[in-house]
Design a protein. Sequence first.
Length: 424
Amino acid sequence: MPTAFLSIGVLAAVLALATVRPINMGVLGLVAAFVVGSLAGGESPDDVLASFPADLFVVLVGVTYLFAIAKNNGTVQWLVDATFRLAGGRTTVIPWAFFLLSTAICGIGALPPAVGAILMPIAMSFAAAHGIRPLLVSILIGLGSTAGSFAPTGLLGIIVHGVQEDNQLATDPLILFASTFLIGTAVAVATFLLLARRQKSTAVRPGKVRAQDGPGAATVPSTSTFLTLQQGLTLLGFVVLTIGALVLDLDIGFLALTVAAVLALAFPAASRTAVKEVSWDIILLVAGILTYVGVLQRNGTIDWLGASVATVDSPLLAALLICLIGAVVSAFASTTGILGAVIPLTVPLVATGEIGAIGFVAALAISSSLVDVSPFSTGGAIAMANAPETERHVVYRGLLRFAGAMAIAGPLLSWSILVAPGWL
């Protein structure tokens, strides 16, 4: 299909040009969406912009604006200090606390982007304040989402079960959850050992600094444990944001903007410079790339890739290729959407009798979700947007490398354990 080859070639060119030249990849993504959508697809500019991720735009603006206000009025620092006290000064405990929080919240039905939007800014602030690598906490929050999202009560788990039933595929919710949880946790442990190997777990007494202990050492905060009125209302805003997004299923972007607007009206001094602290460069990058991916979905490139792989003579090889495609595409698009589109492609392979539906779908779920901290995903974008400015390039490159590694290792690992043996 000429259109598919053109679309894939343009995407590769965008990635390459943004790597070798100092230009925002989002700008190239928007140009590519216009050129390919107009020339190859006959789309109007309105059609091209139909895939502009307006919901993600609102989430990123709302969350980064709210947390900019919280940083300016001292609320984020208060949370950082309180968390540090609870950890007893052991910085290595904190990434795992965020991992477990992300797992638990996703396991009770929250979408990973909502959890990342709530936890990531606080985690990144803590990392910046106490010598923990921002890349480490961002990856562990993302992996915690993978470990919990496919629980029987997790939203992704519910969606996968529904798609399996609609396509008359065998399903086992507990095996799906156990496999995603165990592999997600194993990857988290490996990542922690790799990235935290130079950080020492150190408990320090209040007011003491132990510089000789390296970046893992920090001072137990000596700031006041009492909240000002402004900080108390900001914390209340966080509670409203959490309950509204996770319990009432309200849009987290608009809810964050609402809370931020109320705080800005009540305390204008702390919010005067907050808009300037919104990470517009990150928002442009993500929005541009996802707009182009939307063009690829409409012109049939994604469907063509999946259908082409499904015609491979060896069902086992075809299963591996589908997992690889799911991983790569999910790094740029919605995991939920990819699973809904790709799981039906498993039907002809399962019908051969050489592939088990339960193991194949679990492998596909793992492959598609381990890359969710890609810089082009909501979680990765929020991580970059909230990382210290001096660390953003490091976080961007680290997340890109991690997602690239998981796009290969995830499918190979899950396929070799869950598909190739034929026991599921």
